[in-house]
Design a protein around this ligand. Structure first.
Ligand SMILES: *[C@@H]1O[C@H](CO)[C@@H](O)[C@H](O)[C@H]1NC(C)=O
Ligand SMILES: *[C@@H]1O[C@H](CO)[C@@H](O)[C@H](O)[C@H]1NC(C)=O
Length: 278
């Protein structure tokens, strides 16, 4: 026998209960999760569409006690030079001049990280010599720990020249991080844990400033002495040494790192599933 529909109506069933039950509690929890957790996530991650984020950290910097100094002693190409690399010194012959150096690193706020380097270099000169220009490389060990562990060997380059001979060069600047690419957000990064100057090389090309600075500047992450404000002091007493005074501060850095795309996707999936619930 054939069956046909005579009449239909939708049925509304209401399930009622008193306020204080587990069902009410469950409903409240679900409501909270739906509206509050996405807000928290959005607040914590500063928006879902940023690909880069930043954080602040004071790097752990220590002076490596590596120095390379070249000073022009006339306007016609005479110079004296010295470095902490024996191979470089061997190449200098009669141009080698050994300065006296004192270096002191200070931890001013007692947080276990050095805040500045005070370097004093005193270069003895002959009666007939005067200093017209100075080129100085200092190398540092540079470490960051907060997100990824980032370890590199970096440098500060100090350079000044004048048409009048000086008695002293004073510089005071910040050793700033230069980032051409974001740092990793976790893990260990030792890409640039390589010597700025290859002190094992017996060849002059390894100590050529053009080569050193050239390959250093190729790095995506490096340090630079920013705002050195060099002061060239005139009037050297006969027979007095030429002095270099450097104050290099290690400031807190704002470091760029990528927000993982994976985590952004996970969060948006999470939000969508919450939205679907209602
Ligand atoms: C970084 O380089 C220094 C000197 O070459 C070495 O002693 C140190 O172990 C290296 N650090 C890492 C984590 O590779
Ligand atoms: C340096 O950055 C460029 C562009 O961001 C990239 O193509 C290159 O692979 C990076 N080099 C290293 C050694 O990471």
């Amino acid at each position: 026998m054939a069956i046909y529909e005579v009449y239909s109506h939708p049925a509304l069933l209401r399930y009622k209960t008193s306020i204080c039950t587990k069902a009410t509690l469950f409903l409240i929890i679900v409501l909270c999760l739906t509206y509050i957790s996405p807000l928290l996530v959005a607040y914590r991650s500063q928006g879902f569409w940023t690909k880069l984020s930043t954080y602040e950290e004071q790097p752990s910097i220590t002076f490596q006690y590596q120095v390379l100094l070249i000073a022009a002693t006339s306007t016609s190409g005479d110079y004296v030079a010295w470095s902490t690399f024996q191979n470089f010194n061997n190449l200098q012959g009669s141009n080698l001049r050994i300065p006296s150096i004192s270096a002191r690193e200070e931890d001013r706020n007692q947080d276990g990280k050095f805040d500045q380097l005070n370097l004093r270099l005193s270069l003895p000169l002959r009666q007939s010599e005067s200093v017209y220009s100075v080129q100085l490389i200092l190398t540092f060990s540079y470490k960051l720990f907060r997100m990824s562990t980032f370890i590199m060997q970096s440098m500060a380059y100090i350079q000044h020249s004048s048409s009048v001979p000086g008695s002293q060069l004073f510089v005071s600047g910040d050793l700033k991080l230069q980032q051409r690419q974001p740092l990793k957000h976790r893990g260990l990064d030792t890409t640039y844990n390589v010597s700025v100057i290859n002190g094992n090389s017996p060849f002059a090309s390894a100590y050529d400033l053009t080569n050193i600075i050239g390959s250093y500047q190729e790095r995506n992450v490096s340090t630079v002495l920013s705002n050195p404000s060099p002061v060239w002091v005139l009037g050297r007493a006969a027979g007095a040494p030429f002095e270099i005074n450097a104050v290099i501060r290690y400031p807190v850095e704002i470091i760029t790192y990528p927000l993982l795309c994976l985590s952004i996707n996970t969060i948006s999936c999470l939000l969508r599933s919450h939205a679907d619930l209602f």
